[in-house]
Ligand binder design. Structure first.
Ligand code: AMP
Length: 216
């Protein structure tokens, strides 16, 4: 199954995507995580991407396309993937459709995780990552244990000013994908993401299960 998670930055795509990946046995392809890895490793791609990321801007489409194409060619992605943070605009949606088409695949479902903007800002500014495991916590809503608390780091682009700019980029470039996929005929589900992690996960699994059971 190929599944897209749509939603504003901080809506919970990474958290829900990781749980879904485990449950469905397919990898999560998160372009933001891949870019952050490249930045950490100091690759040419990472160096190019970093200035866009720090500014809260989108990294150029051709950089993303090359990265996703390469990721999709890896063995673990042959049975499908959960796309998190990608596609981010109409051009990326078109190229994803073409790439999957070349593999005789297509998007099976789109899940939009909806969270009000003031809740997003509060979530993102309280978000911390464990650099050792990649796990994401929130200081209030998903607090870390005492052992990991001290090593947690804040993403540079989770500071309030950058968060507000990223939300503006989301509204302009990414939100139109809701209409794009709704019009495309792909099963589209909107879920209320302003709830506890487990409840959101349960609803998504229910919706996908219903979808599978109605497929002839
Ligand atoms: P994320 O972790 O998905 O919030 O992404 C963090 C940052 O990485 C974004 O603000 C962008 O600068 C960049 N980024 C991640 N995914 C994409 C994408 N599909 N297209 C363009 N830029 C991206």
């Amino acid at each position: 199954m190929d599944l897209i998670l749509l939603g504003a930055p901080g809506a919970g795509k990474g958290t829900q995507g990781a749980l879904l990946a485990e449950k469905l046995g397919i990898p999560k392809i998160a372009t933001g995580d891949m870019l952050r890895d490249a930045v950490r490793q100091g690759t040419a791609l990472g160096l190019e991407a970093k200035r866009f990321m720090d500014a809260g801007e989108l990294v150029p489409d051709e950089v993303i396309l090359g990265m996703v194409r390469e990721r999709l060619s890896q063995a673990d992605a042959v049975g499908g993937a959960i796309f998190d943070g990608y596609p981010r605009n109409a051009a990326q949606a078109e190229s994803l459709g073409r790439m999957l088409g070349e593999l005789d695949r297509s998007i099976d479902a789109v899940v939009s995780i909806d969270v009000p903007e003031d809740a997003i800002v509060e979530r993102m500014t309280g978000r911390r990552t464990d650099p050792e495991t990649g796990r994401v916590y929130h200081l209030v809503h998903n607090p870390p244990s005492a052992e990991v608390r001290d090593r947690l780091v804040q993403r540079d682009d989770d500071r309030e000013e950058t968060v507000r700019h990223r939300l503006q980029v989301y509204r302009t470039a990414t939100e139109p994908l809701v209409a794009y996929y709704r019009a495309s005929g792909v099963p589209f589900y909107a879920v209320d993401g302003d709830r506890p992690i487990e409840q959101v996960q349960e609803e998504i699994l229910d919706l996908l299960g219903n979808d599978a059971s109605t497929t002839p």
